[in-house]
Structures are given as C-alpha cells and as structure tokens.
Design a protein around this ligand. Structure first.
Ligand SMILES: [Zn+2]
Length: 550
C-alpha cells in the first residue's frame, strides 16, 4: 500500500503511515525499518533519566545508575557503557582513584579533562575519551607501538584477558622489546603503558560485541520512547514466561505507570488468554491470573460460543446472569473466584465481592434448578429476584424439587439480598487481590483508603523534580536495612526504602540512622504512611525526616 501520509512524533521522528490505528487514540500502523532507526534525542533523554526498565543490558539497578551517570548522547556512548559495565571496569581504580567506568563518565560529561596518556595512543583512544574500553584498542596499541603482527596481537589480547602469569610475562617482554625496536615510545612509557594495559585489559569486551549490545539497547529504548504501549504489552507478555513473573510484572506495571500507560486486569469478554493491547491500554489475559491455565480459557471460549448461539447475543452484550447460566458451568470454581477477584466482570457494574457472592449462590443450585432459571428468568431480572421465584415448589410455579430445596434456595436469595458483610471494593481489598492473582496492584493503591489531605506530592511528581518540602502518602513496599560505613559513629543501622502510591514507586528513599531509629516501627512493608522529607541534592533521592501513620 503506498501512501504519502507520514506520522511525526513530538521528538521529530517521522515514518510513513501504512495503516489506520487499531483503535481511536492509538498510533497508526507505521512503516519502520528496525535496522535503521533514526538517532533520536528523546531516546537518549530516556536513557539519561535512568528509565531503563526493559532496555537491553541496562535494566539492572547498576545499568540504570550508570546510564543516568553517563547520560549517553550517541550510539558510541551506549556501546562504551555496555563495555564498561563489567566488574573489572567498575572496580579497577586508576592512579586518580577512579574506576575506568567513572573516569569515562567524568570525561564524557566534561568533569575531567581528556588527557591522552601519550601522543602515540591518542588517536587509538580518541573515541573513548582516552580510556581503554575495547579489546580492539588494546590490539591496535600492540600493533602500532610494538609492531605486533596478527599472531602476536591475538596473543596479547588473550594474555591480558586471562590470569596466566607466565603467559602475561612472556607477552610483556614481547611488548617492551617491540616498543624498543619500533621506537615510537620510550622504554619508560612502554613500561607504564603496559601496566595500564594489563590492569584495564583484563576484563575488556571486544567492540563488535559491545556495539551489537549497545545497538540492541538503543532499539529497545527507541521502542519504549516512541510506542510505550506496545513496549509494555510485549514485556508483560514475555514476563509470564520468565523465571520470576511476579517480580517482573510488579516492576513493569510500576514502570508503565511512570509512562502513563494504563495496564488493566483481564476482562472475560475478551476471551484472551494472554496479555493484549488495542494500542491504547494493555490488558492482562485470563490465563495470566494465578491458578488459571490456558485450557480453562479454552473451555470458557467453547461455552461462550455455544451460549452466543443459544441466546442469539454476542458475549459483549451478555448480562452477568447470562454468563452464570451459559458459560460459568464450563469452568472451575477457583477460576471463577480468581476472575471475580481481579475484576474480570467489572463490565457488569457489580463489585468483585458481589460477583463472587452471586456466583457462589448460583453454583449451589442443582442442574435442574439452573435449567429452570434459564427457561424462566425474566429479562433484566437480577439473580436474587430470580432465586426467590425459583424457591417455590413446581406446582406453585417454582422450580425446586422439595421443601428442603425451597428453604435452601430461599436462604441463597436472602444472602444476596442482605449480604452479611460488605461487598464494597475497598482499595485495600482490590490491591490485595490484584497483587495476589496478577502480581501487582493495577486499579488502585492501598493509599487510596487513607486520608491524604496533608499530602502535597505524589511519587510521580517527586520523580518529575518537585522541589521544596515534600509530604507523600505512600505504602511501604520494601525495606532494606544496612549499617553505616562512614560518619562519626559507623555501624549504625539505617534503611533504604521503596515507597509507592497510585502514581508509581520511589526507590532508594533514605532513612538515615536518626530517622530510622525514630520511625522504624512505622516503616514496615505494606504499612501506609505519610513521609515528610526533602530531596538529596546530590543523588536526587528522598531523605526521610518524619513519618506518620496514615
Ligand atoms: Zn524520536
């Protein structure tokens, strides 16, 4: 299909349109050559903010931290970042006491002058701010300064990458002798250079490898920046197949909130077993619910198809009663309970507890009683009313077999009319159930149950850079207690916290020893609190000053 229409993103990236959006508000179908994605400022900004969840090679906390530190502005930077995110580069300190990774970041950001170790290595290391980042650079030094041939250069590469002291000594001799013969650098420079190569060369990556990783990282970040809905839909789909789906789902859902991508619980009307998207929202599938497998969804689909034929109405036009009578009998009670709990019947307007109570009452009926309901239910009639009519002997127009059943069915109807406990969807209940069955609270947060009139900032607003006095209404998600290493009195317990409200979560919130001592009884996982604090100017994270129970 040829068209002259193009779609332009806010960042300026522009692509030919080859199809309409799958739903209103979604991106149109674009012709994107994934092998030639344009260089885009928005992608580098995303990486510089440390928004690296789901970005290849950079999604660990180390990757996020260093991406933020480096603030990459080119594919070359991303490539070097991947190569320098290794224990060797992170731990090996240079004569100034900085790791290679830190040195590279300092120089890239203009915090340190870029000084060539020697004019002879200047062009070799020019792309990496005079830091040895790749094996290829090491090999070129060997070639140009010591006159190494291909065989010797490969020996050099292997020797510095391994621990074999004998082999290392052999290559050192070759290098020093070679430099002497070639005469580009003095013996002294050759010796110090060798020390440097030995130290930094130990953990080097080759550039081709690092580049392919860096480009893959760029591509994933590009998707995240330009089509976050598809990005999260795909990652959430993939999360279900991973080793720890719950943790991954929790992290992805939290991250999606930061990108304003709505993630919804499943909806039985979709009959979708897995995560899906219409281009605007991401929705979990019916088999993503804990304890429900894809075969259960197959059974539901078969029953729904038969029900549609019997009723002459499509599933999206059914009432909850239609569903109970026509589809629910095909699936197990734990599956129905789980779907009720996550709000898969929210289209009926019933609360989750109400849907479950009605299902429970319905499943107490005998087959014949259910059949009577199917034949005799009046249009628009609720289950409680239908059960009251059913609870009469046959000769009185009812549908039960004997007086015992009259009483039993009346009991069910009266339970539905006057439920013994609240059927409200409280935020606590909804959050609990979504966490239990899906791995993350999607619809609300426990904080929504609290009085937050004193709160002046959401977690998302704090992340967006809000300044001044901050009072957050949050749930404590994670507490990590550590001992202080420095300061007047080392060895004091303090804590790093993850706090969350409905907007997203905040990590690395710090409770220093005094605050931790005072408020640790409140800073307990799942507790809802108001945290007052201020921003750490250097690290940008929140420092806890006061905590109140919410
Ligand atoms: Zn762009």
């Amino acid at each position: 299909m040829s068209t002259s229409e193009t779609y332009t993103f806010d960042c300026g990236c522009s692509f030919p349109v080859i199809g309409p959006p799958p739903s209103p508000g979604a991106l149109p179908l674009l012709d994107v050559d994934e092998n030639h994605l344009p260089a885009c400022k928005a992608v580098f900004e995303l990486l510089s903010r440390g928004d690296t969840k789901g970005v290849f090679q950079l999604e660990s906390s180390l990757g996020r931290q260093w991406s933020k530190r480096l603030k990459p502005e080119s594919e070359e930077h991303l490539c070097a970042l991947g190569a320098l995110l290794r224990p060797g580069s992170l731990l090996t300190k240079d004569e100034g006491g900085k790791s290679m990774t830190e040195r590279y970041c300092m120089r890239k950001n203009g915090e340190d002058s870029v000084v060539a170790y020697h004019p002879a290595v200047e062009p070799i290391l020019s792309a990496t701010y005079q830091v040895i980042a790749y094996q290829e650079q090491l090999m070129r030094i060997g070639r140009e300064l010591a006159g190494f041939d291909k065989v010797a250069v490969d020996k050099l590469r292997k020797a510095v990458g391994k621990k074999d002291q004998q082999e290392l000594a052999k290559v050192e001799k070759l290098f020093i002798d070679g430099c002497k013969q070639k005469g580009v650098v003095s013996d002294e420079v050759a010796a110090t250079l060798w020390g440097y190569m030995k130290k930094s060369g130990r953990y080097l990556f080759n550039k081709s490898h690092a580049m392919s990783y860096g480009l893959t990282g760029y591509d994933t970040a590009y998707c995240k920046a330009h089509n976050p809905v598809a990005f999260y839909a795909n990652w959430l789909l993939y999360a279900q197949l991973g080793a720890d789906p719950r943790q991954e789902v929790a992290e992805l859902v939290d991250d999606a909130k930061r990108f304003d991508v709505p993630v919804e619980p499943p909806d039985v009307r979709d009959l979708e077993p897995t995560v899906s998207t219409n281009g605007v929202v991401v929705r979990f599938g019916l088999a993503d619910v804990k304890g429900v497998g894809p075969t259960m969804v197959d059974k539901l689909r078969a029953a729904a198809l038969a029900g549609e034929a019997a009723l002459g109405r499509r599933l999206p036009d059914w009432s909850f009663e239609d569903f109970l009578l026509n589809a629910a009998p095909a699936v197990t009670s734990p599956a129905m309970h789980a779907w009720c709990a996550v709000g898969a019947f929210r289209w009926t307007g019933k609360t989750r507890t109400r849907a479950r109570n009605e299902y429970d009452a319905f499943s107490e009926l005998t087959k014949l009683e259910a059949k009577w309901l199917t034949a005799n239910r009046q249009p628009g009639e609720g289950l409680a009313a239908a059960l009251s009519r059913l609870a009469r002997p046959k000769k009185e127009g009812g549908g039960v077999a004997n007086i015992k059943r009259v009483q039993a069915v009346r009991g069910l109807a009266s339970l539905l009319e006057n439920p013994p406990s609240s059927e409200a969807d409280t935020p606590n209940l909804v959050a609990d159930q979504e966490e239990k069955y899906l791995g993350a609270a999607l619809t609300c947060s426990r904080v929504d149950s609290c009085d937050i009139s004193m709160v002046n900032c959401s977690c998302k607003e704090f992340l967006a850079g809000r300044v001044g006095y901050t009072a957050l209404g949050v749930e404590v998600k994670e507490v990590r207690v550590v001992k202080t290493k420095a300061g007047k009195n080392p060895g004091q317990p303090m804590a790093f916290l993850t706090l969350a409200d409905g907007s997203c979560s905040l990590t690395d919130v710090t409770a220093f020893p005094d605050a931790w001592k005072k408020f640790k009884h409140l800073l307990v996982e799942q507790n809802t609190v108001m945290v007052e604090g201020s921003r750490d100017q250097k690290r940008g994270t929140l420092i806890v000053e006061h905590v109140y129970q919410l």
